[in-house]
Write a protein that binds this ligand. Structure first.
Ligand code: NAP
Length: 246
């Protein structure tokens, strides 16, 4: 069903993992999708060709590049209907040993990037008097994970930022919500030690990790007309992990 026929959708970090599944799902639903990536040009070009979407190299940490990308999308496709702030990184280390550069890299990519994207894209949404933003946080923003203080802080910030943004933009008819994935099978989790994975699996009521498609379907639901009264919410997609106390 072409639920998003001709809607202008932008997905950050769409070349792999969860972002890729989001791009595929919106494209299958008829949207005009543009997605960004950082360095994996080959992956990005392949996905763009397969889905009929557009890929643009745009670094989350560069506000000027973000402004230029939003301008390009608006010129080529029109006002942005849906922004999905998905791009994110980890750089795990115990705080005592964490290089300042890794703290800054994670905050710049995960938090500052979401701020710049939202601020820039909302101009086009405000002028068009329509639009919705879905931010991708993490259960690490809800619970404390040793060795992830930078990532936890960044994802907690996204959850709070989204609520504040929802309060600012709701009166203008623009909805903002957050999706909070648990343990999802992607490159990001591929490097997690086998023992840590086994222990996480034991705590997940569904006894399996999630798929990128299961996160994508939640993103599409929140961006769709099936969710027109859902605003400022944090929807957890974690197979029940945090419902049991994490
Ligand atoms: P992933 O497989 O590592 O993919 C990350 C994506 O973000 C790639 O497309 C990458 O582009 C892009 N990206 C990274 N840094 C960027 C930058 N500086 N500028 C532009 N793009 C950048 O990650 P994932 O697992 O799909 O995660 C996607 C989102 O879900 C992230 O926000 C992550 O924190 C969140 N999340 C993931 C999980 C999980 O278990 N996987 C759980 C909770 C939340 P390149 O391909 O060019 O590198």
């Amino acid at each position: 069903m072409e639920t998003f026929k001709d809607k202008v959708v932008v997905v950050t970090g769409g070349s792999r993992g969860i972002g890729k599944a989001i791009v595929e799902a919106f494209a299958a639903a008829g949207a005009k999708v543009t997605f960004t990536y950082r360095s994996r040009q080959e992956d990005a070009e392949r996905l763009a060709a397969e889905t009929g979407s557009t890929s643009i190299q745009c670094d989350q940490c560069d506000a000027e590049q973000i402004i230029a990308t939003v301008d390009q999308v608006c010129e080529q496709s029109g006002p942005i209907d849906v922004l999905v702030n998905n791009a994110g990184i980890t750089a795990d280390q115990f705080t005592m040993l964490m290089p300042t550069a890794d703290w800054e890299k994670v905050m710049n990519t995960n938090v500052n990037g979401v701020f710049h994207w939202s601020k820039t894209a909302m101009r086009s949404m405000l002028m068009a008097r329509r639009g919705t933003i879905v931010n991708v946080a993490s259960i690490s923003g809800l619970v404390g994970v040793a060795g992830q203080s930078n990532y936890c802080a960044s994802k907690g910030a996204i959850i709070s930022f989204s609520r504040a943004l929802a309060a600012e933009l709701g009166p203008k008819g623009i909805r903002v919500n957050t999706v909070v994935p648990g343990f999802i099978d992607t490159d990001m989790t591929a490097t997690v030690p086998r023992d840590t994975k086994r222990r996480s699996l034991e705590r997940i009521p569904l006894k399996r990790f999630g798929t990128p498609e299961e996160v994508a379907s939640t993103v599409l639901f929140l961006a769709s007309d099936a969710a027109t009264y859902i605003v400022g919410q944090t929807i957890v997609v974690d197979g029940g992990l945090t419902s049991t106390g994490g």
